[in-house]
Design a binder for this molecule. Sequence first.
Ligand SMILES: C[S@@+](CC[C@H](N)C(=O)[O-])C[C@H]1O[C@@H](n2cnc3c(N)ncnc32)[C@H](O)[C@@H]1O
Length: 274
Amino acid sequence: MENRIAGMIIAKRKALGFTQQNIADKLGVSFQAVSKWEKGLTYPDVELLPALAHELGTTVDALLGYPADPLTVYEERYKSEEYYWGLKPNDLCYEIMRLRPPVRPYRVLEIGCGEGKDAVFLAKNGYMVTAFDAAQSGLDKAQSLADKSGVHIDLFKADIRDWRPEQQYDIIYSSGVFCYVEKALRKEFIDSLKEHTAAGGLNVVNVFVEKPFIAVPPDREKSESFKKGWLSGELFMYYHDWLFRKNDEIIFDCMSSGTPHQHCMDILIAEKKA
Ligand SMILES: C[S@@+](CC[C@H](N)C(=O)[O-])C[C@H]1O[C@@H](n2cnc3c(N)ncnc32)[C@H](O)[C@@H]1O
């Protein structure tokens, strides 16, 4: 039988910057034991698998080479004390401030807010923020960040695959999340966002896209939504009838799995006609 767990432990451990000794200390085993797992000479004890997966920020299924449910991965990932995505706001938040300075309390919806760094930043700057994510552990951290910052955010748990807006927003923002919207749902999903954006409002979105000359990243998720990745330019197409304030495509280096690779991302700021 192919030993998939060895490669997974190495990749996840290196991506998190842990040594074999770090992992050994966390699990109460010797570093030689970790070394043997990584060489494929032995397997971790079944009873250690949940703790090992937790320390490596993944799931037992993923460690064993089964496609991981991305929601479970984020739910686990956000349980640690530190902020997985850090606290520095995304550059797109500054672009929102440049294009729509908070001279009045613009209604912002953030889709897939993770641990809330961007939602809290925007709320601190005077926007009226509503935000959701599918990971409760992320929402809990977003709430505590909002409390510490003395701001209010309307936070709720929802899944983009079946949630649709019911009220109007001035700005709809989402970073690193549209990749979870399956191909068949994309047009209807984006149409509902466009419909619930006020006249003159903005949709500010980035999404990972496929490029023929960029290899599929080694840690790309194998879930349904990723089977048909976003094509280069696809996001722009859905907004063909809006005014483009920004439409960029960037390629950048990444080490997230321990193996150097590249990603391509489309970035769009589109304005609904007034
Ligand atoms: C790459 S993270 C980005 C988080 C945040 N936007 C940021 O930039 O820090 C992707 C986020 O999408 C959320 N997510 C994944 N699938 C989702 C779904 N089906 N519905 C809602 N949120 C989802 C995850 O929980 C995670 O917080």
